[in-house]
Design a protein around this ligand. Sequence first.
Ligand code: MN
Length: 258
Amino acid sequence: MTAEFRDAVVISDLHLWNRDEPRYRAALAFLRALPREVDLLVVLGDLFDFWIAANELLAERFGDVIAALAAIRARGTTVLYCEGNHDLYLEPHFRDALGLDTFTGERVVSVAGRCVNLSHGDLVNPGDRGYLFLRWLLRTPLVRWLERVAPAEVAVAIGERASKKSRGFTARKNDPIRELSHAYARERVARGADVVVIGHTHQPERAEVVAAGGRTGLYLNTGYWPPDGRATWARINATGVHLYELAPEAAPPAARNR
Ligand SMILES: [Mn+2]
């Protein structure tokens, strides 16, 4: 049974790192101003530049943003948080402590009658064996145990290094990744999705795709929040499927349709 929603907002790849960045203030303002009629907020991965489990240092550093998410949940909005490749093991803090709905891989929801496929987007390239191995390794019981017993400072230092590597990897593969993303969307449209939403590639896009067999759907990439506070985000409701851009330091939802 697919969960049914009327009005969804999707954000991804904020890569929050420092409380002093305009991006952090923009994220906080965005979450605090989220319209009441939104009944589903999707965080499609990489909300933090590095998050691993119930890390007290990070929970403190990002306390305002985490409280804003909890407040959205507390007023009855469903908050779905997909693990990205920069935020791992969300369950202890975001599911168990805050009551958000966390997932890895894919999730399908219904929004205003559309079948919406959600995933972070780090699995669009099945040929990338190096990354798939790293993704598997990071989620093995041994590494999860190491993460639990290591001091928070060590986890942060490891995270900074992993985060830098991962960014370089994403930037080098811009064009083939876009084609792979479209292929990923077409395959899900063929199986019944109306909208396929990913982030991860940092290339915001809204494009119609035609699957083998002729079925059409939408590929939607929620893009990226650069440090200066500009941002792209998506909204799906009865009026359609929209990709918006947030101007630096602008108060949401004063956004223009792309
Ligand atoms: Mn990512």
